[in-house]
Design a protein around this ligand. Sequence first.
Ligand SMILES: [Zn+2]
Length: 254
Amino acid sequence: MKVKRYKHARKYLGFYKHNFNFREPHQVLVDGTFTRMALQNKINIKEQLPKYLGGEVQLTTTNCILKEAEALGKAVYGAYVILKRFQVRRCGHKDKAVSAFKCVMSMIADSNKNHYFIATQDPDLSSLVHRTPGTPLLYLHFSAIVLEKPSVTSTAAASSMTSKKINPSEFEKSALKKLQGADGTDEGKKKRKKRRGPKQPNPLSVKKKKKKSTEQGSVVTGETEGKKKRRRRKKVKIASHVQEQLQVQQAFGS
Ligand SMILES: [Zn+2]
C-alpha cells in the first residue's frame, strides 16, 4: 500500500512539475485542520512531507490561519502550536484578519502562480482547490499523507496549454503560409536542389589537398623531405663501384 501511495504521489507531482512548473522547495500552505489531524494521528509533518513528496519542502501558513486556530482555543491548541513553527507568508490581510478559507482563496487566486500545495482537511477549502487549476491538494487519510489526483480543472488546463504549445497561433499560421509560399516556388526548389547536390567537395578531401599544397609550397617542408631522403640514402651502404654497375644495368635494361 505504501509503495503504491508513493508511486501515485510521484506521478502526480510529475504532472505539476511538467505542466505548472512546480519546483523545489515545494511550498506547502498548511491550515489548522491539517495540523490538527496530523497531531491526532501522531504524524510529524516536517519529517513525513519531504519523504512523501521526495524533495525539499517549505511549510508555510498565514497570519489569518494562525488567528483562526488561536481563536478556536483549547480544542486546537496543539495544532496552533505546530502552525506557529511554520513560515508565515504575507497574505494582504495585515490590518484585518479574514477566515482561513478566504485567506487561502486570496493566496492561490485564480491560477496559483506561487505554486502552493494546499494541505487541508476542510471540505470547503478542498473544493476551492479543485476549482483552481494547477493547485495540488494534500490531505490525511488516517495516518497517511495523500497527494490527491490532479483535479479535472487542472488536467483540462494542462491539456489546453499543451495544445497551445503544439498548435500554431493565428500569427504563426500566417507566417508559416508565407514561408511555405516562398519555399513552394520554383526558385525555392532550385535553391534546395543546389544545396543537396554532391557538387561540394568532401571536407576530408579538402583537408588532404591543403596539406599537399602547403608541403609543396613551403620551403620548410621541402627541406624536411629532402632530409628524409638523404637519411634513407645514408642507411643503404652500397659501394660506389656497385652503384655505378647498377646504374648501367638499369640504363641498358639487363
Ligand atoms: Zn490572510
